[in-house]
Design a protein around this ligand. Structure first.
Ligand code: SAM
Length: 362
């Protein structure tokens, strides 16, 4: 059966493409040699050398045999007596890295579990035990269990909104949950650009690997320059790598500054003072506390856009707008409007909110 052979890190993109065209057969992706994946093609898919495949070969291989519906069915026979409730019921995948919480009673069988998962999920390269979040950078403690290609590296690439992003879940915080928020940041900045009538300088001092940036940088005539950074050196390494890919061939941004520094010290750098039009504040446990220290970054001549994310006790939610007003007026600014909206599904006692305001500097 004809399969499109693609590099494994491009599997998601090609799956989406073939699915949208109606060229994807339902037999499932097969693993091919050389870290490639075979996507089963229907009769309707174009001929093997068509330009649309962008140089990827179309190969004839056996379709994937209809296998078990769940990875547990691939466990060795001697573990079949254990009830399904014994095994983890959920896992998370970032790129080709699967992360799963392993309870102490499962640990003796974790390698067998990882092998079953790798067999079931051909797009997964590495299975890791997730021992929880730790430290000031809130990164996960990951224990690599088994890899399909021998590499135990947790560095991997994800796709979001059509863009590739290098991430490393054992070294840098990244959450796909805010993906819709990143689209909304783009829309908010486009509206703000329209009201200001010029390109904008954006600051993202808690950028992590930089997921908020590619959509902004790709939007024509939106960004004049950027100031981005993170306190975690591992984040800054991936942020720089990502920026190299995202701005390649694009118009020159000025400033184009990447720093590894505590955001609260940014106001000690003369070149940062009064430099930005848009400030993103994504340190949810501390965002509101940090606001005052970040105000000097705004170009306090025109209007500015502040957008951030915070975790607040539900009982303190109604006090949030006032905290934002206070930080802005201490800096001699005036909030034209403040919105604080809850992003659903966090916890019953605490809320995850997105806040936004346009600041006037009279
Ligand atoms: C919640 S993450 C957000 C990362 C990224 N913006 C995203 O959406 O994936 C917060 C980031 O802030 C960084 N960080 C923590 N304290 C910081 C500080 N004082 N100054 C700068 N960055 C800090 C962490 O290393 C982490 O990458």
């Amino acid at each position: 059966m004809r399969h499109l052979s693609v590099p494994s890190h491009e599997t998601e993109r090609w799956l989406a493409f073939c699915r949208a065209k109606g060229w994807l057969d339902g037999t499932g992706v097969v693993a091919l040699e050389g870290d490639r994946r075979g996507l089963p093609l229907t009769e309707a898919a174009p001929s093997d050398a068509a330009d649309v495949w962008q140089g990827n070969a179309v190969v004839d291989v056996e379709p994937r045999a209809k296998g078990p519906a769940h990875w547990r069915e691939r466990l060795p026979q001697e573990l079949h007596h254990l009830p399904s409730t014994f095994w983890p019921s959920a896992y998370e995948i970032q790129g080709d890295v699967l992360m799963v919480k392993v309870e102490p009673e499962v640990e003796p069988h974790e390698t067998a579990m990882a092998r079953a998962m790798l067999e079931q999920l051909p797009n997964v390269r590495l299975v890791c035990a997730d021992d929880g979040v730790e430290g000031e950078f809130r990164v996960r403690q990951l224990r690599p269990l088994l890899s399909s290609d021998g590499s135990m590296s947790t560095r991997t690439q994800i796709r979001e909104h059509g863009v590739s992003i290098w991430v490393d879940p054992s070294k840098v915080y990244f959450s796909a949950r805010l993906s819709t928020q990143r689209l909304e940041t783009l829309e908010a900045m486009k509206r703000f650009r329209k009201s200001l009538g010029r390109r904008l300088v954006v600051a993202d001092p808690y950028a992590g690997v930089g997921p908020s940036l590619p959509l902004l940088l790709a939007e024509p005539d939106l960004v004049q320059g950027y100031l981005v950074g993170d306190l975690n050196p591992e984040a800054v390494e991936l942020l720089s790598l990502n920026l190299d890919h995202w701005v390649r061939g694009a118009s020159v941004f000025a400033p184009a500054t990447v720093v590894c520094e505590d955001a609260l010290n940014w106001n000690q750098r003369p070149e940062f003072l009064g430099s930005t039009d848009v400030l993103l504040v994504n340190l949810p446990h501390n965002s509101l506390d940090h606001l005052s220290g970040l105000m000097p970054l705004f170009r306090q001549l025109d209007r500015s856009l502040l957008r951030g994310w915070a975790i607040v006790e539900r009982t303190l939610l109604s006090a949030c707008p006032q905290r934002i007003h206070d930080a802005v007026s201490e800096a001699n600014g005036r909030c034209e409007d403040v919105s604080v909206e809850e992003i659903k599904g966090f916890s019953s006692t605490r809320c995850f909110v997105v806040f936004q305001t346009i600041i006037a500097w009279d």
